[in-house]
Ligand binder design. Structure first.
Ligand SMILES: [Zn+2]
Length: 342
């Protein structure tokens, strides 16, 4: 029987301190060569164990094998020069030094497929694997070759589709595309953003998800959120078109956010991964708080389509806090599950 309210996380989880410096984004590896390879596999085992103990139903790699959710994928492609870095403004919010596209982008070999195959051997649970979405990829790069955001997004969509098909073959059950850029560039999302995403999922038989959020709890994102006013209605701009898209699941930020919950009505019919854990604070939610967010969401999502989750990735949090939040998510979902089964 299918579990009601299957829990999962939006993406990254903290890495052990012997693998990478904790509570840091883009944290460099502490190991090298064979030791690094083995260390990443050990970290995968640990993160899986953490998720299991918290009662998480759909497990992931917690991004233990990548430094960053976008750049690690890009690093494996040819046509991108990592020596030649340029400073660009990411999502109109903060400057970062990023690599440059200097020629045709291609994927010469699989990026995460080996890692996914390894995770598949460790668990019988459903696995969700995250990839960056085409629009978020182009927004984290300097383009000196295509000179067109749209053109480059279509190229990336084709590459992502190759990777996604191999992840599916490796036993991944849900492939998620992270598209925080969808919350910023509304016109582009509607013109070609969703179309390129649909290209990325072309031909897949496994479930597909898109994660749209207000970002990690870093200062630039906190400042941006403070500037958005009392009600965050960004999702309203893109939900109607997403509702008509071929994507199965939509992952959203709901806990402690100023997103009016009734916007979820605009994607009625889709499965919704409801963020019931705030990743921008060290305060650990109580199971009752998680349950309360889920109950609110149930007004707009049918119970069989509600997937309790986190607002975003938890990589910048301490392991202690992240584990507490995972446990709260599992326990909170269980409270509501019991209420629904009465
Ligand atoms: Zn996110």
């Amino acid at each position: 029987m299918k579990t009601l309210l299957p829990t999962s996380t939006a993406g990254s989880l903290p890495k052990p301190s012997w693998l990478a410096k904790p509570e840091t984004l883009w944290s460099p590896w502490k190991l090298h060569g064979e030791e690094l390879k083995e260390g990443k596999q050990d970290a995968l085992r640990l993160t899986l164990d953490n998720q299991d103990r918290a009662g998480i139903d759909i497990v992931s790699d917690g991004e233990q094998t990548r430094q960053h959710f976008v750049t690690t994928f890009i690093e494996h492609l040819s046509g991108v020069d990592f020596e030649n870095r340029q400073t660009v403004r990411i999502r109109n919010r903060y400057d970062a030094s990023v690599p440059s596209v200097v020629g045709a982008v291609t994927r010469e070999k699989p990026v995460f497929v080996e890692d996914a195959r390894f995770l598949r051997t460790l668990t019988k649970k459903r696995i969700k694997w995250a990839l960056p979405g085409p629009m978020t990829m182009i927004d984290t790069l300097h383009d000196a070759h295509y000179k067109s955001r749209e053109k480059l997004a279509w190229e990336f969509a084709g590459i992502l589709n190759q990777e996604a098909r191999e992840l599916e073959a490796a036993g991944v059950d849900i492939i998620q595309f992270d598209e925080p850029a969808f919350n910023v560039f509304f016109d582009e999302v509607n013109d070609w953003g969703i179309a390129t995403l649909e290209k990325a999922i072309e031909g897949l038989k496994c479930e597909t998800a898109v994660h749209i959020c207000y970002g990690y709890g870093i200062q630039a994102n906190i400042d941006w959120k403070n500037a958005l006013g009392a009600e965050w209605r960004q999702y309203e701009e893109i939900f109607p078109k997403l509702q008509r898209s071929n994507i199965d699941l939509i992952s959203l930020e709901c806990q402690n956010s100023r997103v009016p919950m009734d916007l979820i009505e605009l994607i009625r019919g889709k499965k919704v991964m409801v963020g019931a854990i705030d990743v921008a604070t060290n305060t650990v939610e109580t199971p009752e708080e998680v349950a309360s967010t889920l109950r609110k969401a149930l007004q707009f999502v049918d119970a069989d389509k509600l997937y309790p989750s986190t607002n975003c990735g938890m990589a910048p949090l301490s392991r202690h806090v992240a584990t507490g939040k995972l446990n709260a998510l599992g326990a909170g979902a269980e409270i509501v599950r019991k209420e629904l089964s009465v």
